[in-house]
Design a protein around this ligand. Sequence first.
Ligand SMILES: [Fe+2]
Ligand SMILES: [Fe+2]
Length: 445
Amino acid sequence: MEQTNYLSGAQSRARLMRYDTAVILKRFFFCERALILGQAGWLAAIAPLELKTTLPRLFWQDAMTADAQRSRVFELRYPSRLLAVDDEQPLVQLMEDTLNAPSALAYFWALTEVLKPALLQAYQAYLQMADALGDGPSLRFMQLAARELAEHLATLRANLPLLIEADPAGQPAAEAWAAGVRRRLEQLGGVGLDPVEASSAAYEPLPGRVPFALAQTPARDSRFTYARYYWPDVIDRAYPYGEGLSLQVRSAVSHINEVWAVETGGAILQAFADALGWEYILDAARWTYDESRHCRMGWQRLTDWGFAPAEIPLGSYIYDAAFGQDPVYRLGMLYFFETKNIRRKPERVKKFISYGDEVSRHDMDFDWADETIHAAYGTHWLTRLLELRGDAATDPQVIRARCGELVDQVVQAATPADKAHIRRLADAMLAKAQRLAATSSEAAA
Ligand SMILES: [Fe+2]
Ligand SMILES: [Fe+2]
């Protein structure tokens, strides 16, 4: 007799099947990828230094999440290594289109109020549905991703007022942009877990969209003193890098002025993401995050010693040197100029030890470890890019030489007023450092 009765399979564990899980994680991966590119691309246009140096941590975490999602999709679809957008196209296209916001404020408004909340909602829904036995390996990174996203939202919301302050006139357009993104996302059913509700109509670009272009002039936080050349020795070879107190201050000012490296990391991540692929995005996100930590190290040391932002020069000359250039030169600048001092760093560490300056020593030592990784990133990705462009015969040293020329041109353009200005700022910082050092040694005595 034919069997017609079976044991019940209608258990809550079976809500997400293997194939569905792979489709959903793939969707999440492409959404994360689009948002990583957007955050990185807009970095140079953001003025508030808190946000400029916090965002790289956020998109590096996003990249770690996306990488785990991507690996998991491969596991679930073994042996296929294909990761095509397929049915997720309408949603991914929308996510990618958000890069074309009319302003940095608009980009971050939509990111903070629409895009990241939608992703978080989808992650929470996933965590409720997923089965710990069948899909245990996903749960670990998805739980972490949801926690991190919730923290990102709190951080972004806390920073939004600073962005508004930097661009008060841009607020109505930013709100309208975010509302447009929200409407479009709702039409697709959100990020969600269900199949994307695609209409058969062709994709309509977002209203108010302005094709993305990298900010060639970086936005600077107005609380700091803008000085294109951030220390006198940049434009005056006779000015000493210094020893003792001067070295402590100079080194911290160098660190905070790695702000150009943060912006450059974001710029090249976005510029070469499509050409160089996922592994590159992952490395570039980490690279940018590292530079943001270096910038913060300098800011933190100066703040802890007692310097106010207005006393600190924040420059832009290396970023400016690549104005309007092929972004390969931005990659070259980051690679060659950020790693060229690697050998000096252990020497500096020794000097800081002799001054009893444990914090400068600590920062320099961690910075050194990061730079050795960056040297490997630079060699690998610059070579790969030149190969892809059919310039395999081009020696990366040719790029390096051109980067050097571009920076020299900007240095040559320094005016007597620039020289006097940075000299005044540096002298004031060093005089203050003398006073602060005298007070702290009195206190210690
Ligand atoms: Fe650095
Ligand atoms: Fe670096």
